[in-house]
Write a protein that binds this ligand. Structure first.
Ligand code: SSV
Length: 136
């Protein structure tokens, strides 16, 4: 299965007192990775998100950590498609430093449309669905 790679060089402000990466940043990088995916493979969806009528709601997210990472190391974030059904997209993330697996993560995103005060489920936008097929 093809995965989408986003690479990040760890900055000093992402590390804690002991010098390793603060756990929460891995979730931020999940977010950066998916944003870059949209920018490269579904730019129209990104435009719809900023316009406000479409919402990609993060329903759940998780991380498992296996090894420490440190400032100035390059981490490759490999995002792959676990599943897509109805209005949901599930992604897996592998965080690697060269060949070493540092952490794994996952998240579920729900496609919603804002109407009036609330939100209702909406199918995965066609442009995104088409992009996802290339990664399934
Ligand atoms: C700001 C905001 O709401 C952004 C949400 C972005 C969601 C992006 C979802 C992309 C899914 C891509 C899956 C690709 C698997 C290879």
């Amino acid at each position: 299965m093809r995965s989408f790679r986003y690479s990040h060089v760890v900055t000093l402000d992402e590390t804690n007192l002991v010098g390793n990466v603060y756990f929460a940043h891995y979730l931020r990088w999940q977010g950066h990775c998916r944003e870059h995916f949209l920018g490269e493979h579904a730019p129209g969806v990104l435009a719809e998100l900023t316009a406000g009528e479409l919402a990609l709601v993060t329903v759940s997210c998780s991380m498992d950590y296996y090894a420490e990472a440190f400032a100035l190391e390059r981490l490759d974030v490999d995002m792959s498609l676990r599943a897509t059904a109805r209005n949901r997209v599930e992604m897996d993330f592998a965080f690697r430093r060269a060949e070493d697996l540092i952490a794994r993560g996952a998240q579920v995103v729900a496609c919603m449309r804002r109407d009036g005060g609330g939100m209702r489920p909406t199918p995965v936008p066609p442009e995104l669905a088409r992009a996802l097929r290339e990664f399934s």
